[in-house]
Ligand binder design. Structure first.
Ligand code: FAD
Length: 300
């Protein structure tokens, strides 16, 4: 299939590094992916705000050293409204124009019952409204083609998505999925519920099958048998694993394009190679003007 660059829009998600080695890996990935001119790049926020400073530092450096538009993830777990508002104000002052607003996981981990902070935002919709009160920022939120594990059913999920849109969210990014039919079935229900914002598929190139299994278990995403079979026997064969991962993600993304999708969010895990290859297949080509001139990071 011939895919042209026209009309395809991508974004990349990174997580804030924990040490100098990870910092180097992250900035190598950003350096490689930036010339593809993503619509935005997002930086996650650790559970319970554990990465607050590191998320902020990464977003600030993206603003200072690249032409990229950063989107800062923010959760309302274990924080008062005043604390969350202070983070939003700091972002707005630093020049951040886009927040990915999330409830976040319970502090005791997935599976625990979520209890909002007594003086905090109750859920993601409440957080979106709070952010909008502070500044007119672009807000993206989550969406779950296979239902969020806390939700009684998809209808409850759609009610929450609608509440987030009503509060001011203008884009939803999905949890990763591997069966495209799940996405399209969900999209039909979203549209039938009168929700019109873009529902951007979140694509997770499988860097590490075991880790993907752990993520999927936590996120309530299914891991199809055909996917397991494709990685079967490759535990000690990283180079073949990588080729298979590229093939799997390419197949998924090209099928989505064929069925009318033109916007993708890549969960990069701070690695450029698979996301870069898939973007190449999508017809994206680097523009050298967008290559960031990075200051030195600490040697690894
Ligand atoms: P919401 O949209 O508020 O809720 C999700 C669903 O759960 C809704 O259907 C709602 O009805 C239901 N629900 C919510 N609360 C309850 C309740 N008390 N009882 C019953 N049902 C309930 N996590 C991080 O910590 N940091 C990140 O940076 C981060 N980035 C993410 C990015 C994306 C694109 C996605 C999809 C997820 C991300 N997450 C992140 C994970 C997310 O925080 C968890 O999935 C969390 O459990 C839910 O947050 P939410 O904003 O999706 O929840």
């Amino acid at each position: 299939m011939q895919v042209s660059r026209r009309g395809i829009r991508v974004s990349f998600e990174f997580f804030p590094p924990r040490n100098p080695d990870m910092e180097k890996t992250l900035w190598q990935a950003i350096g490689r992916l930036a010339p593809l001119r993503p619509h935005f790049v997002s930086v996650t926020y650790g559970a319970g705000g554990s990465t607050r400073e590191r998320t902020h530092a990464t977003v600030r450096r993206i603003l200072a050293e690249t032409m990229l538009t950063p989107a800062a993830h923010l959760t309302c777990v274990a924080a008062t409204r005043a604390e969350v508002d202070a983070v939003v104000e700091a972002y707005a002052q630093a020049g951040v124009r886009h927040i990915v607003a999330l409830r976040g996981d319970p502090t005791g981990g997935v599976g625990e019952r979520y209890a909002p902070h007594p003086n905090g935002y109750r859920n993601a919709a409440d957080l979106v409204a709070g952010i909008k009160r502070i500044a007119d920022l672009e807000i993206s939120v989550s969406a779950y083609p296979e239902k969020h594990p806390d939700s009684a059913d998809v209808a409850a999920d759609l009610d929450m998505l609608k509440a987030k849109v009503d509060a001011g969210a203008s884009r939803a990014i999905t949890q990763f999925f591997f069966e495209n039919d799940l996405y399209f079935r969900y999209l039909d229900r979203v549209r039938a519920a009168g929700i019109t914002i873009p529902i951007v598929p979140g694509i997770l190139p499988v860097q590490n099958f075991k880790q993907t299994g752990n993520f999927a278990a936590r996120a309530g995403a299914s891991l199809p048998d055909w996917l397991k079979a494709r990685f079967d026997g490759l535990d000690d064969d990283p180079s073949t694993r990588k080729l298979i991962a590229a093939a799997v993600a390419a197949e998924q993304v090209l099928d989505l394009v064929e069925r009318g999708v033109n916007e993708f969010h890549f969960y990069t895990m701070n690695r450029a190679d698979l996301a870069y290859a898939i973007c190449h297949l999508l017809g994206l080509r680097p523009n050298a003007n967008w290559a960031p001139k990075l200051t030195e990071t600490e040697p690894a």
